[in-house]
Design a protein around this ligand. Sequence first.
Ligand code: IMP
Ligand code: MG
Length: 185
Amino acid sequence: MNLVSKEKYQKGILRTLISEEELKSAIQKAGAEIDAEYEGKPLLLVSILKGAFIFLADLSRAVSIPCEIGFMQAQSYFEGTESAGTVEITLDLTQDISKYHVIIVEDIIDTGRTLSLVAQKLRERNPLSLKILTLLDKPERRVVDLKADVSLFTIPDEFVIGYGLDFAEYYRNLPYIGIFNPEKE
Ligand code: IMP
Ligand code: MG
């Protein structure tokens, strides 16, 4: 990636969609709900890299019961917009998930295609339970029948950046969720 100037980087941010304060309070609430639901149970928070890395870092610190963390990375292939697709797990968990209650911690559900394939693969490993928790949900864009068990923010069909989410690998380090501005010249 070519290095862009700080000015150009700033111009790529159209406006704030979700502020740091709004993120923080929603994540505190989600953490408290996890505490209440999973206390006394073996809990594994699973994140699919890279977009959810900041969300997982903050959510896991809002959880105060014992839990483990796991990471996965997946590459999905779709032949056409209607195809069910296939997914290859390029980085896998080290835990045997049949011993855990698993929460998939996602950054955003857009079409839902990759996550539905990853969730299917995880279900085949017979976890004690499996839930999907997403920071952001863009329901207008869904092409597969996938619903998050918990969604912190429902957002309109806009391309968002920040708080782990990227455009061409940039903007993951913004501390809030912004709307991307493609007209940066
Ligand atoms: P899906 O399979 O279409 O649901 O989305 C897969 C991935 O696309 C997400 O995990 C994100 O990494 C990325 N993505 C979808 N929408 C956005 C967006 O608005 N901004 C940044 N990344 C996005
Ligand atoms: Mg991405």
